[in-house]
Every structure is written in C-alpha cells, then in structure tokens.
Design a protein around this ligand. Sequence first.
Ligand code: AHR
Length: 634
Amino acid sequence: ELVVNLEDTGIKIQPTMYGIFFEDINFAADGGLYAEMIKNRSFEFTLPKTGWMEPNSDRHSYNNESGFLSVIKYAEEEANHNFARVEVKNDEGYVLINEGFRGMGVKEGAQYDFSIEAAKRSGNIQKIKLQVIDSLDNVLGETSISPDSDSWKTYESTLTASASEMKAKVKITFEGEGEIDLDMISLFPQDTWKGRKKGLRKDLVQLLDDLNPGFLRFPGGCIVEGRTLARRYQWKKTVGDIADREILVNRWNTEFAHRPTPDYYQSFGLGFFEYFQLSEDMGAEPLPILGCGIACQFNTGELVPMDELDPYVQDALDLIEFANGDADTAWGRVRVDMGHPEPFNMKYIGIGNEQWGPAYIERYKVFEEAIKSKYPEIIIVSGSGPFPEGDYFEYGWEQLKQMNAEIVDEHYYKPPKWFRENADRYDGYDRNGPKVFAGEYAAQTVAIASPDNKNNWNAALSEAAFMTGLERNAEVVHLTSYAPLMAHADGWQWTPDMIWFNNLESFGTPNYQVQKMYSTNPGTDLLKITENGEKIIGKGGLYATVAKDANTNELIIKVVNTSEVGQNLSIIMEGGTTQESVEVLTMAMDDLEAENSFKDPFKISPKKGTASVEGNMLKASIPAQAFNIYKVKL
Ligand code: AHR
C-alpha cells in the first residue's frame, strides 16, 4: 500500500527540470541536425578536397583528360580562406562528386535547394549541372545554373527528387571550356524545421520538440573545451554570415573516439544564433556553456595562464550582450542584423564543461566576478568534474559551496545497476547549498562509451528508477539532461545515445521514451509518496515519486518496478478525493535486452490505459520491469 499525501510541501518542480544536452558528437550537427547535404562545401577541411572525388574512381587525383580541380588559399587571416578552381580542358565535361555525410538522404517528390558561389576566370564554362545520383549512377533529380559573371556571384536553383535514397551522392558536371572558381557549394532540403532556408532537419528537431524540454544546453560537452585551447569552441566565430564562420576540426574527429572519424569538422552552420533560435522555438531556456581556459581533460589538459584569461571572460560577457543586448550594443547589433531584434532573454550561462580542481576554481572565480558585476541577474552554472565521486569532486563542491555558487553541474556515466542503487543520491544534499544540474548522465551497459553499449530496456528502466530520485529531490535538483543526445548510425563515436538517425529516418530509444515520459509529465509541485511511512527507493524493485500539476489540477504519480514480477498496488490519496478512473501510461518489457530500432521504432514506448479508483484508493497494477505514470484528476 502506497500513500500519497496531498498536503503542499512548498517544493516547486522547476520548469527547467527536464531538458536537452546538445553536443556536436556522432554527427549530431553537421550530417545531422544541420540539414546541409554537401560535406566540406567550402573546401576548408585540413585536407581541402575531403568529401570530393572524381566519378567511378577511388583516386583522388582530380586531374584527368577533361579537367582539373585545385584548391586555392587566398588569405591566411580570413575565416573561410579556400576556394576551388576547376579547369575544364575539353567539351567532354569535367565531373566532381560529393559523398555527403555517409551519403545523402533524398525523398521522392521532395525539393532541394542548390546554391553555389562562382566566378568565371577564363574561357566559357556555360553550365554547372548538379545531379543527385544513386550507387548505380541513376539520376534521381537534377538542376543547373549558368554562370555569367567574372566576379563572385551566388547562383541558386531547385531540384525535385524522383525517388527516395538514403545513400545518394551529388554529381556536378561542368560544361564548356575554361576556368571557374567555386565556393560554398550547397544542397539543402526545402522541407526544414519551420521551413527555414538552409535550416535544420525537421524530423530530428521534431523529436527534440516532442520532449517539451525545459532548457537546451549547447554546444557540448568536450567540444566546448577543444582538444587544445586553440581548437576550443569560440561562439563569436559561429555567428553572422555562414560563409564567414571559421571551420574547425571536431574534437571527436579522432582522439578519444572509439571509432575515429577523420572527416569530422564543424562548419558552424548550426551556430550560437541558431541554438538560441532553436531554444526559443521549443520554449526551452537557452543554456550556453563556455570554455574557461582549460582544454579537454582527455587530451592535453592545456591551461590558459591566469594573465591571459581576459579574452575568455570577455567572450562570456559579450555572449550575454549578444543574447540580451539591444541594437545599440555591439553584440546586440549582430543579433539584430541576423534577424532577431527581440532579445533571446538568456538567463543562464555555464562556465567550463566538466572541469575540476584548483585550476578550475581559480579560473571560475574570475568569470563569476566579471559576470556578476555586470549582469547580476544571470545565473551561473559551474562544474564538478567528470564522474561524481573522488577527492576532486569533494574539493570542487566544497569550494563552490563556500563561494555560494548557484548551480553545480554533475556528470555520471555508470552501469544500470548504479542507477538503480543511487536513486537516493540527492536525499542527503544540503538544501541550502548550490542547486544541482545533472547535466550528463546515461546508463552504460558495458563500460563508459564502449562501442558495445546498448540503448536497451535495462538501461532505460534503470534511468527511470533513478529519475524518481531526481524528482523527489526537486528542491535541490533544478536541471537534468541525458547525454549524448544524438548519433548517426554510420558516423558515431560514442554509445549509448538517446536518438539514432540515418540520412532519412530517426527514432527515439527506450531512454528517449523514458525522458519523454518525465518531461511531458513534469508537474509543478512536489508531493510525498511513501510505503509504511518510508520513501520508495528500490525496496522490492519499486521506486516512486508524485507531483501535482497546478495547471491541470492533477496528480502525476510515477512508479517504476524493476523486479521480475508484476505488483498489485493500492495507492491511497490521503486527504483528497479522486475521479473514478485515471489515465495510465505504461512502458513495460519483459526482455531487458530489447531495443528500439529503425525497423521497430516504437517497440518500447508508452501505451495508454486506465486504472480504477474506489473512494480514495487507486488500484494500480504495474507489470514486471515497467515504468507507469498515473494521472489522477483532483
Ligand atoms: O557526452 C559525451 C562526453 O562525455 C561529453 O562531451 C563530456 O562532457 C563527457 O565527458
């Protein structure tokens, strides 16, 4: 018998409680959310012809009887300093292929926007034809442009795909003879999220939006810090005209990637403006995390000297101005010029991802001082290091507590068992200390980031059990997010991940479904649920939490049963009456190894049902290995 006490506890569940952690890992941005289909569109990768090849050839000579491709670097200091020069020697027509991000996805009947910057140099190249082809060279759609200027000019045209294909390529044929310079060769689906030109992949944003996220944390993760300080994420280089955003080798390109991905770069087409805009679209608080002058832990551990920290701090101050400042401010003007006159109303900023020890605290203090003196209303998120235990963790927390830090970010990648055994993790946290951001967590079925990890029901159910503890501790836990968020089926570096996609399709894992059950049923006020007067944290495999939703005036009772037997529960609403029948969402699966897949995307997903009520007693029967939510109208 479980007892729900309807008395107000005075504890609010923050609207930010369940959010999203986005990092450009596993092709989540380029090749994923950012819908550009051409890889290395501006020839800026370290090997500048990466992604481009000659047809029917493994050779990368770019030089044959009919033509020649060279990449020209026109300036050292410019952000986007390369372009391609194509020389067509005879009227055979020189051809280039772009391989996309492990191919390109096209859908029958859908339209695609081709754009290219070109300048004719000599002779007369009359036509540039773009065709989408399949592996057998069948043409699935084509369009062309006719270059007519010897100055740089942007040409645009559209094609319609005649068939669907997941691993298409783009074939570009140059007709005529002569020399022409090319840059920013681009192909985008027209059907993007909110129909924005050169925008985001609709199905992927939809999966995120469906989570009803309380916040969007961006842009990572380790990519914030960079493998070296020079390669850290610098938000200022990710705003403004996309052609001027300086490309960067992705931190997940090779090192500490279980599956090295040497062609992984950041074009920053999805940059800070787009992250803020996406947060706004989803009604999520934007939560940018900035580097604090420490390179990523797994590599050099490079530290910026204290007397060279200023530019890093200035980046943080300028970011607040970019997001919230008006058109009279330098950075507010940049946002306005990008088409967003209203402020983004940014409330949070994170300083440093997953850093620890005296080096972090010393640097964090400088940021805190500078941000709080100029923007006292901005809430700062600090960090506690990689895994939530050990001396450095204790040290960081102690220091941050003494400094009255507002929110501390904790990360944990642990076995499923750990999640089931730690649902009481926050029960002892100081209610008067800093609040917690459980900023990255995910059950690892084999070992941290092992390529053999599975997004199976065992992992998801264990997270569901653990999350009852996050909610029960809403007084101290204010933000939470699973990580990593997304992975391309052919381009990942880390498992497990919440959403999997290929070039055409996407699906939410059971872990996604668990997150969604919580985030779409968050409640506003925490209440108490007990069994024999005690909290329900794992005895007999049972975990529970209850919240009231003041907007809908209903109780939201979350119960997780990790045991191998179903349980018939009576839930007494102490001090209240209920309606006769209540809505129940059930996610259950007897096979703990079961997973969702492209073929069976909803295999493990919530099913709707009802439960009956007698007087103030809810008859709740929960299957074995199940997560149930009961929604009781008051
Ligand atoms: O989520 C993957 C990585 O795990 C993140 O980039 C980093 O913050 C953590 O170590």
